[in-house]
Design a protein around this ligand. Structure first.
Ligand SMILES: NC(=O)C1=CN([C@@H]2O[C@H](COP(=O)(O)OP(=O)(O)OC[C@H]3O[C@@H](n4cnc5c(N)ncnc54)[C@H](OP(=O)(O)O)[C@@H]3O)[C@@H](O)[C@H]2O)C=CC1
Ligand SMILES: Cc1cn([C@H]2C[C@H](O)[C@@H](COP(=O)(O)OP(=O)(O)O[C@H]3O[C@@H](C)C(=O)[C@@H](O)[C@H]3O)O2)c(=O)[nH]c1=O
Length: 293
């Protein structure tokens, strides 16, 4: 039995859909039911439920995007930096193995040779490097809080997408934003991400940090060309001249655009589809949002 915190959210609900499909027993927990941000409540829940594994898919992301974190700093700090420490204390006290959904947003750019950041690279988009969004700063703090944690997987997700037209899906965002920022990124196919997270535990791979991004990197223009080829041949996409124009007209805080290296995960034998293939597959099986009349 698996406990999942934050099961009401975008990422948490993708975990529960996978558990439903695969007949895996779980208990999805919302703060409305059990205030898991308090250590003693969480310990009580663990003792009552006796799970074999716990997933922390809770956190504060800001809606519609990370700009909102600049206005809700207390919630953001609580959800992303304090909560992981509370979950760590509870799981360590009960000797429970668990996984935490972190983010690749703690990096910007790529390594000097152009390759992706590895799990051993220190974050370079954080409060310590003093160049980050409030969201990214809190996610990097969350990882600091988990340094040396026992029996803990830290799964780094990055700009999720899949075939479903939902507002949080990266592909939907690119189709809906008026003007786009050209950038190079590694991204995570969401269904593959949750499957890979589960497998780190079911296959008993070593605990620790894993970059769970589809192998490779892609530019916004490459994704747009694929959207035009598969879905919107008539649509003309507009681009900002540069990042300063993006900051002037569309954003309140800088974005992390970065390249990640997922070879540590791939070396365990857990599969992730190469990035272009994963995006192409999502576009070929694109499922539009239901229309409201
Ligand atoms: N979406 C994305 O693009 C990415 C997300 N992530 C990480 O994945 C995790 C989940 O994100 P996502 O599912 O998108 O977020 P959502 O906002 O969709 O869901 C998060 C859930 O966390 C719970 N929660 C617990 N504490 C807080 C708090 N202080 N503020 C707000 N919500 C809280 C809420 O559930 P309830 O109140 O029901 O308990 C909420 O539904 C986060 O840690 C995020 O940083 C990482 C990379 C990319
Ligand atoms: C606002 C905006 C963004 N973009 C680009 C910037 C970026 O490359 C991409 C997504 O930007 P958004 O602002 O929508 O998303 P953002 O909130 O930055 O997304 C991030 O959310 C958090 C939770 C994470 O952890 C990240 O991995 C990532 O998914 O779209 C545009 O091209 N035009 C726009 O008008």
């Amino acid at each position: 039995m698996i406990i999942i915190l934050g099961s009401s959210g975008y990422i948490g609900s993708e975990f529960t859909k996978m558990f439903d499909r695969q007949g895996i027993e779980y208990r999805g927990i919302s703060r409305r039911e059990v205030d898991y941000s308090h250590r003693d409540s969480l310990i009580r829940l663990i003792r009552e439920t006796k799970p074999e594994f716990l997933i922390n898919a809770a956190g504060y992301t800001g809606k519609p995007n990370v700009d909102a974190c600049e206005l809700h700093k207390a919630d953001c700090l609580m959800g992303n930096a304090v909560l992981p420490g509370v979950v760590r204390e509870a799981c360590e006290s009960e000797s429970l193995t668990w996984g935490h959904v972190s983010s690749g947003c703690i990096y910007t750019g790529a390594r000097e040779d152009g390759s992706g950041f590895r799990e051993t690279d220190p974050p370079n988009f954080s409060f310590r490097t003093n160049n980050c969004s409030f969201y990214s700063g809190t996610k990097a703090l969350g990882e600091e809080v988990l340094a040396g944690a026992e029996n803990c997987y830290v799964w780094r997700l990055r700009i999720p997408f899949n075939h479903e037209e939902t507002p949080r899906n990266y592909l939907t965002k690119l189709m809906r934003y008026n003007t786009l920022l050209e950038a190079t990124n590694s991204v995570s196919q969401l269904n593959e991400f949750v499957q890979a997270c589960l497998e780190t535990w079911t296959q008993r791979v070593d605990t620790g940090i894993y970059n769970i991004t589809n192998p490779g990197k892609i530019t916004t223009r490459q994704v747009v060309a694929m959207i035009q080829a598969h879905l919107l041949p008539e649509k003309e996409f507009k681009f900002f001249d540069d990042e300063s124009q993006f900051m002037q007209f569309a954003a309140k805080t800088p974005r992390s655009n970065c390249v990640m290296d997922s070879s540590k995960l791939l070396a365990t034998g857990i599969h992730l589809t190469p990035i272009e293939e994963a995006i192409e597959h999502a576009l070929k099986s694109w499922t539009p949002a239901p229309t409201t009349s």
